[in-house]
Design a protein around this ligand. Sequence first.
Ligand SMILES: [Zn+2]
Length: 76
Amino acid sequence: MKCVICKGSDIQNKMIEEEIKSGRDIVLVALDVLVCMNCGERYYDRNTMRKIEDVRSRLKQKDLEVEEVGKVLRAV
Ligand SMILES: [Zn+2]
């Protein structure tokens, strides 16, 4: 497999934390994705996409267990 962005071939499986917005909050979801080591492009397979969609819809229904790990702050 080659990266469609940079044509690099160093693509590895990595655990990442995807940020999913929920109103004013951001929910981090641990995902196992393929990442281009050269440019950082992420490749999601069908299962991963489904997991993200699942988290999104459960967030909407407030049916997801989450824990607060910090705050997102904005400089003023
Ligand atoms: Zn790349």
